[in-house]
Design a protein around this ligand. Structure first.
Ligand SMILES: [Zn+2]
Length: 80
């Protein structure tokens, strides 16, 4: 599993460690990542759905390309 969650015994803080889906290195780029929704599900006992909401993670080398941005169409206004 590319994401592991650990909780501090002292403070109760939750730390997540995400690694690349492809190579297993530390990953900084998340895709389809909804951390709040995922943690809420996991804490409610729905681990599988919760982990899915935490998204997929990739390192710089393996991150998927961004979808093409839609360019706003320039409107031509005629003054006459
Ligand atoms: Zn990678």
């Amino acid at each position: 599993m590319p994401i592991t969650l650990t909780r501090s015994r002292d403070t109760g803080a939750i730390f997540w460690n995400h690694t690349c889906e492809t190579c297993g290195q530390p990953a900084a780029f998340g895709v389809d990542c909804f951390p709040k929704a995922g943690l809420d599900l996991i804490l409610a006992g729905e681990r599988e759905r919760g982990y899915r909401k935490l998204g997929r993670w990739y390192c710089r080398e393996h991150r998927p390309p961004s979808p093409p941005q839609q360019q706003p169409q320039q409107q031509q206004t005629s003054l006459f």
